[in-house]
Design a protein around this ligand. Structure first.
Ligand SMILES: *Cc1c(COP(=O)(O)O)cnc(C)c1O
Length: 361
């Protein structure tokens, strides 16, 4: 059995050491006589797991004390509804639409109030981040919403929008823990973990305490109230217990790797290998404006559907999996999250060079 280089956008590659540790603890976790999957979420052993995971995440991200960390379910997509249900006091919110996930959040926001699209990059198939230095922020906006790293299109906000004092809400699903962030600039920073942190089924919401109130939209289900989860420390009901345990292991791995500064350096180095290749290639082209390029998701094309298909097929046979671009854009996409080793990127670039040489006239 051998592991492939998995360039999937999500669920995605996890650190091999984490998988091995989990395998070793599968039948019996630390003297409890059972696996983590089998234990009560109210047991001492599990309490230790979830508390340690939260503390390690707080350490990694320098999360200020006036923020709660919630481990929830429903994926990032459930937050598209949960955010307006909990935050729309004036029933107004501004959205910056930089891709499909931002668009979905915006469409969901419209169900609950007046959601405004105040900037968009749809005019050029989301290949850039619009200038957000002086946007028409609504006077009564409850929040300004962004998707910080656009998984499908491969763009990333390099500077946060000027929200003119309004609460910033950010979906960081595909750049979670890829570099340091200043949590204090956000009201909510959240993401599904299946891109860069752990198994699908967990979504982490980091939320400033003053945004957690009883005052939700009428009809908000109990399970969709931040306050219920905050008051119960993510144990109101049974949490996605095994997934949180794996996330905890990834947090430990990140600490061992040297934390988020080191991760950022590592990610920049990896991405540069691929972008440098794309910039000199006569066959492969990146699809995103240079200054907005993501460190995590790298879409590229040859310009020929036929050649794209041939490349994806031959890459797969050579052990490079999941390079097909999102069904909405086509071409290729290499997702090079934290756990993708630099050797994987180097090997991919070498393979691309070989493919280019073999397939150019
Ligand atoms: C994958 C993804 C989502 C959707 O996540 P689900 O957990 O499947 O709901 C939302 N936003 C971004 C940026 C994503 O990459």
């Amino acid at each position: 059995m051998s592991r492939v280089y998995n360039f999937s956008a999500g669920p995605a590659v996890l650190p091999e050491s984490v998988l091995k540790e989990a395998a070793a603890e599968m039948l019996e976790y630390k003297g409890t006589g059972m696996s983590v999957m089998e234990m009560s979420h109210r047991s001492k052993a599990y309490e230790e797991i979830i508390k340690t995971a939260e503390q390690d995440l707080r350490d990694l991200m320098n999360i200020p004390d006036n923020y709660k960390v919630l481990f929830l379910q429903g994926g990032a997509s459930q937050q598209f509804a949960m955010i307006p249900m909990n935050l729309m006091k004036n029933k107004v919110a501004d959205y910056i639409v930089t891709g499909q996930w931002a668009k979905k959040a915006y469409e969901e926001g419209k169900i609950y109030g007046k959601a405004n699209c105040i900037a968009s990059s749809a005019d050029k198939t989301f290949s850039y981040i619009p200038d957000c230095s002086d946007l028409p922020i609504s006077e009564d906006a409850d929040y300004v919403y962004i998707c910080e790293n656009n998984t499908i299109y491969g763009t990333k906000f390099k500077t946060l929008p000027n929200t003119k004092g309004k609460t910033l809400v950010s979906d960081v699903s595909s750049c979670f823990l890829s570099e340091p962030v200043d949590v204090s600039k956000y009201g909510i920073i959240y993401g599904g973990v299946q891109k860069n942190i752990g198994p699908a089924g967990v979504v982490i919401v980091i939320i400033r305490e003053d945004l957690i109130t009883e005052d939700t939209l009428s009809g908000t289900p109990t399970m969709l109230k931040y306050k219920i989860h905050a008051d119960n420390e993510s144990l109101y009901n049974t949490p996605p217990a095994y997934g949180i345990y794996i996330c905890g292991k990834v947090f430990k791995w990140l600490k061992e790797m040297g934390g988020l500064e080191k991760m950022k350096e590592h990610n920049e180095k990896k991405a540069a290998i691929l972008y440098d290749f794309l910039d000199q290639s006569k066959m492969f082209k990146g699809t995103v404006v240079k200054e907005d390029r993501s460190l995590m998701n790298v879409p590229f094309v040859t310009g020929s559907d036929e050649l794209d298909a041939k490349f994806i097929k031959e890459a797969k046979a050579a052990g490079f999996e999941n390079l097909k671009g999102h069904r909405s854009v086509g071409g290729m996409r290499a997702s090079i999250y934290n756990a993708m080793p630099i050797e994987g990127v180097k090997a991919l670039v070498e393979f691309m060079g070989k493919f280019e040489a073999e397939n150019s006239k």
